[in-house]
Design a protein around this ligand. Structure first.
Ligand code: RIB
Length: 308
């Protein structure tokens, strides 16, 4: 039985180009491939959770422009619910410029949140009941932070567990972090948030302590191809990543967070959920794109059967 969950956050349209290497400042590089598709950290996370079988609602904000049809069209195609989508009359739909190195599959991203930087109290009020009815609320840092703070406060007051994916990193108030069920930074964001360079179990554990001092209950730090540091239920370890051939790591963290949300909603504990989430991420990096690279539940279950 899966409990209701909500993702409150960003949606964007990704303009992605692949090239033999990423340009340095002032350099022009001829690319080999271009595509446009749905993205935005919140949207990718919701798409991952939806594809993995969660009862998930996306609360986001789009412009009244042609780019919004990319997001809306994919939501319809995937059968995602669209009843908590809000619109801004003049701001444009969020966009992201993504360059992918075809040798290493690493990327560089500039995201312009557009309408996603304009969440108001009215936007939150329109989704308040859905948030209160959810077991978990998943946030990122890609929208105006005052809206995130209010959404987190509303959820905490209703006893909803709040998960913060601290991407892209920005400073967070102590009040925002206090009472949060889980934070999921990557190693760069963990360093930005705590000042501790995360290189191994010991440094990850010290970074987790900084979050605990701020009132966070559990900490997962994603370490890319090295796996994920899990600090939960009084135990700490690094779960190694599944070894796969990556073609595009864009949205891998989002796949992880969407998978995590799904597994937690199904009642898995954080250790089991981290493994499930790692499988979702491992499958997503084997396809190009962000939201459209999220695997189906059938693919995830099969992958986990093959990788016991
Ligand atoms: O995490 C990947 C996402 O970051 C991309 O889809 C892009 O939209 C940016 O928000």
């Amino acid at each position: 039985m899966s409990q209701k969950v909500t993702v409150f956050g960003s949606a964007a349209v990704d303009l992605m180009a692949r090239a033999s290497h990423l340009p340095t400042a002032g350099e022009t590089v001829c690319g080999s491939f271009f595509t446009q598709g749905p993205g935005g950290k919140g949207f990718n996370q919701c798409a991952a959770a939806h594809r993995a079988g969660a009862d998930v609602a996306m609360v986001t904000k789009l412009g009244r422009d042609s780019l919004s049809h990319v997001t809306l069209g994919v939501m319809e195609e995937l059968g995602m619910r669209r009843d908590y989508i809000r619109f801004h009359d003049t701001a444009s739909t969020g966009t992201a410029l993504i360059m992918v190195d075809e040798q290493t599959s690493q990327n560089q991203i500039v995201v312009v949140p557009g309408a996603c930087a304009t969440f108001t109290d009215d936007d939150l009020a329109a989704a308040a009941q859905r948030i209160r009815d959810s077991a978990y609320l998943l946030l990122q840092l890609e929208i105006n932070q005052d809206a995130n703070e209010k959404a987190a406060a509303l959820a905490k007051q209703a006893g909803v567990k709040v998960i913060i994916n601290t991407a892209p990193y920005r400073p967070m108030s102590d009040e925002f972090l206090q009472g949060v069920y889980l934070v999921t930074p990557n190693e760069v964001e963990a360093q930005e948030a705590t000042g501790i360079e995360v290189t191994d179990l010991d440094s990850a554990s010290r970074a987790a302590r900084v979050f605990y001092e701020k009132g966070v209950e559990n900490v997962l730090i994603t370490l890319g191809a090295r796996g994920v540091f899990v600090s939960a239920h009084g135990r700490e370890a690094i779960l190694p990543a599944f070894r796969v051939q990556a073609v595009d790591t864009t949205g891998a963290g989002d796949a992880f967070n969407g998978g995590l949300l799904t597994a937690l909603a199904e009642g898995q504990d954080l250790w089991q959920a981290a493994r499930f989430a790692s499988a979702v991420a491992a499958l997503s990096v084997q396809k190009l794109g962000a939201a459209l690279s999220m695997p189906s539940r059938e693919e995830i279950d099969q992958f986990l059967r093959l990788h016991p």
